[in-house]
Design a protein around this ligand. Structure first.
Ligand SMILES: [Zn+2]
Length: 107
């Protein structure tokens, strides 16, 4: 008998998770952390799915909207950021807490 210890997440589950994330984002704006709580996968995995959703959006006929992260210290907005993850620190004031980017899907 083979042990099933440490079995990887099957591909089917991954597709389901992505669909769940899409459903969540159609209902409103959420940060990756909130999505990770709702769908019960790690934040890191959420970002992976978001990247995929973004790349597939054009073909899928929908749009992934990103509300950019913002520095609460000086108000700097991270508009030109290609990566979806939250930036580490503000390039302007090098301080201030930074809000999480928010995501939503519109048709
Ligand atoms: Zn700042």
């Amino acid at each position: 008998m083979k042990g099933s210890k440490g079995a990887p997440i099957p591909a089917e589950r991954r597709v389901t998770v992505r669909k769940e994330i899409e459903e969540v984002l159609r209902g409103g704006r959420f940060s990756a952390r909130e999505i990770s709580t709702l769908v019960r996968v790690s934040e890191r995995e959420v970002y992976g799915h978001l990247g995929h959703i973004q790349r597939a959006a054009h073909k899928g006929g929908y749009q992934l909207n990103v509300t950019p992260a913002e520095c609460k210290g000086c108000g700097f907005v991270f508009r030109k950021r290609d990566r979806l993850t939250r930036p580490g620190r503000c390039p302007v004031c090098h301080g201030g807490p930074i809000t999480e980017p928010l995501f939503s899907i519109s048709p």
